[in-house]
Design a protein around this ligand. Structure first.
Ligand SMILES: [Mg+2]
Length: 230
């Protein structure tokens, strides 16, 4: 295979991410201690708040903390104290303190891929927060480029491709999110590798739209399987 441009997602593709947000949510539910709402019902309220706020404020643990506070104000049936809000923000802040846990096979497979192809890490979220995770992951040296954007929509992929001079038929997006990785990359004319993660955030879930896009779509179970295709 000739040298390809491989664009690789980070959260829940290279390392675990959403599971820590889920743990913070579980602590929030226990703290809220709602009289009759079940955890999934509380989750629905939070999801609706996150869907609105992600468009305004973006992603990351700080925004998650803000969304938990808004959910708490909406659902708490006792007077809300400053101390309560500190505890809730603390659930979100502790996400960042968690050590990076790489997904299986990631480091050795990146070593293999980096020797043959041009690698771009492409992640969305708060720039400082994402940069800190990249640094702490110890993976940065495998990548020719690290790009952090506010949203990974079709325009973000088209812009990346034109700025870096990527030849679309030789360009692949590799990631766990149909909404942010696979569908917009295919719509931009690239190929894609879908690596499903069982704990993918609900707001990243979407039907795959391979449809009439010119690119190829591979669906793999594990990051290490990339070796067999590249
Ligand atoms: Mg991801």
């Amino acid at each position: 295979m000739t040298r390809q441009h491989l664009i690789i997602d980070a959260d829940d593709t290279l390392w675990e991410n959403n599971v820590f947000f889920e743990e913070a949510f579980d602590k929030f539910v226990a703290f809220l201690d709602h009289a009759h709402m079940t955890p999934p019902q509380v989750r629905d309220v939070l999801d609706a708040i996150e869907a609105v706020n992600a468009r305004i404020h973006g992603y990351g643990s700080k925004n998650f903390g803000r969304n938990l506070v808004e959910t708490y104000h909406k659902l708490a049936h006792r007077p809300v104290s400053e101390r309560d809000l500190e505890v809730i923000v603390g659930f979100a802040e502790r996400i960042l303190e968690h050590p990076i846990i790489l997904r299986p096979g990631v480091a050795e497979t990146l070593g293999y891929l980096a020797a043959k192809h041009e690698l771009t890490l492409f992640t969305k979220g708060h720039p400082d927060e994402q940069r800190m995770k990249v640094d702490r992951s110890g993976l940065a040296h495998y990548f020719d480029h690290v790009e952090i954007v506010k949203e990974k929509h079709v325009e973000a992929y088209s812009d990346l491709g034109s700025v870096k001079n990527f030849h679309a038929p030789a360009t692949w997006m590799i990631g766990n999110s149909p909404k942010s990785d696979i569908n917009p990359a295919l719509a931009a004319g690239f190929n894609a590798v879908f690596l499903p993660h069982p704990r993918t955030w609900i707001l990243e879930r979407e039907e795959l739209r391979a449809g009439d896009a010119p690119g190829r779509l591979l669906v793999l179970d594990h990051f290490g399987e990339l070796r067999a295709h590249f």
